[in-house]
Design a binder for this molecule. Structure first.
Ligand code: UDP
Ligand code: MN
Length: 447
């Protein structure tokens, strides 16, 4: 049950070259599943898409079918999602801003629980649980990543606990709701960021360090199409993820930025533009330090042997299991394509044999090492063998330790998958589902 007097919302959706049907699904789901008195407007920002005729098609469709509900704006040049969202937010006149990607489907009663939290306190920034829309079939399914088990022990004692907001150190990025005045007060987004990447961390750190709070609202659910690869790049080929991450590191992370440079030494040579006004914003708002953030908002990071808390000198390996990784219902196991000491080697399926290049050892940190040497790493597009960096992320894996288990990578958010159940087929990373090519058995080696 939700109160009647919730604030109304402007839904801001920016897009670049979005497929028309997918965009239409987004718009219709919002209109169908949002109580009319709460839907102040939908602001659609076309970030200068260059698909011939797309803008016109959308403009005509809106006029014929969604007139009065959707306001379409075209940017003069390609801005990237960060500046396009700022433009959309500046055009909005509702009390709450809700940012959505252009390829989503909002679920039943998705908006009310988020608005309620914001009306409780305007510095609560909230996100829905992000469900999955399959990029091949466009079918909606519940998020396999969001699991109650991941919560701290003791979080779920009474029924009411299952609908409570869950504090979160960061947001995924695409989908969230924020009081409009609060968004403006804490400095919108960083307009110096280009195209895509890192803005979710920037706004997450900023919200926490500057006195707000960030929560996941379990009763609000929105499906999102997770694509296999991003279908666009920056116009000038710039690595905007690195540029934008550098801006985050220099403005918000204090001495902790050194840890980022340690992991990405080449980033030190990347240009990241002028950050003076963002540093001024931080001091004007009197925001807390990054070490306060780490200690108070994400203390698990320090105790987990994880990225920030890791000790580069510790080389001790506490192995908790040794096994072959067998594709369920097959006689095929994951093996390195090249020698076990070849960095960058891809992985393939081979007939299961107790040979070195099929012998995996799992450490306490969730690493999976081949022949106790190189680490299984989720890589950029294909999983591979890499030098163990002991910082979790792309080398941290989770599984159920039972037959027919998915093997999930923490940084990629995807699971190990065989291209097919045949010898020599490659292993890749795919959205986690219960398909047979993503189910693995752990065959113990020394028992
Ligand atoms: N987008 C945009 N301009 C750009 C890049 C992206 O307006 O230059 C839009 C994109 O169409 C989408 C949203 O920003 O609606 C988020 O981008 P995307 O979905 O590609 O990011 P992902 O969900 O893959 O992280
Ligand atoms: Mn998206």
């Amino acid at each position: 049950m939700y109160p009647n007097n919730l604030p109304n919302a402007s839904i801001v959706i920016c897009f670049y070259n979005e497929q028309f049907d997918t965009l239409a699904r987004t718009l219709h789901s919002v209109i169908d599943r949002t109580p009319a008195h709460l839907l102040h407007e939908i602001i659609l920002v076309d970030d200068n898409s260059d698909i011939e005729g797309l803008h016109n098609t959308i403009a005509l469709y809106i006029k014929a079918n969604l007139n009065g509900k959707v306001k379409l704006h075209l940017t003069k040049k390609r801005e990237g999602l960060i500046r396009a969202r700022i433009i959309g937010a500046d055009l909005a006149s509702g009390e709450v801003l809700v940012f959505l990607d252009s390829h989503v489907e909002v679920n039943k009663d998705w908006l009310q629980p988020m608005l309620q939290r914001i009306s409780d306190n305007s510095s609560n920034v909230v996100t829905p649980i992000i469900d999955i829309i399959n990029a091949d079939t466009f079918q909606y399914s519940a998020s396999p990543v969001f699991k109650w088990e991941n919560l701290k022990p003791g979080s779920l004692r009474i029924d009411g606990d299952f609908v409570k907001p869950i504090k979160s150190p960061t947001m995924a990025g695409g989908l969230f709701a924020i009081d409009k005045n609060y968004f403006n007060a804490i400095g919108k987004y960083d307009p110096g960021m280009n195209i895509w990447g890192g803005e979710n961390l920037e706004i997450s750190f900023r919200i926490w360090q500057c006195g707000g709070s960030l929560e996941i609202i379990p009763c609000s659910r929105v499906g999102h199409v997770f694509r296999k690869r991003r279908p666009y790049s920056a116009p000038d080929g710039e690595d905007t993820m690195t540029r934008n991450s550098l801006r985050v590191a220099h403005v918000w992370m204090d001495e902790y930025k050194e840890r980022y440079f340690k992991q990405r030494p080449e980033a030190l040579r990347t240009q990241y533009g002028d950050i003076t006004s963002r540093k001024e914003l931080r001091s004007r708002l009197g925001c807390k330090s990054f070490s306060w953030y780490v200690q108070n908002i994400y203390p698990e990071l320090l105790s987990n042997n994880n990225t920030v808390g890791y000790n580069p000198l510790s080389k001790d390996n506490n192995y908790i299991a040794h096994y072959q990784i067998r594709l369920s219902n097959s006689g095929l196991c994951i093996a390195s394509e090249k020698d076990v000491k070849t960095k960058g080697s891809l992985l393939t399926l081979k007939t299961c044999l107790r040979i070195k290049n099929q012998m995996w050892s799992e450490t306490e940190r969730g690493e999976i090492k081949l022949a106790q040497y190189l680490c299984l790493d989720s890589g950029e597009s294909f999983p591979k063998l890499s030098k163990c960096h002991e910082m979790g992320g792309t080398q941290e894996w989770k599984h159920k330790n039972q037959n027919a288990s998915p093997i999930y990578n923490v940084a990629a958010g995807t699971c190990l998958s065989a291209e097919s159940a045949s010898v020599n087929s490659y292993i890749n990373m795919q959205i986690c589902t219960s398909q047979s090519n993503k189910q693995w058995d752990f065959v113990p080696l020394y028992s």
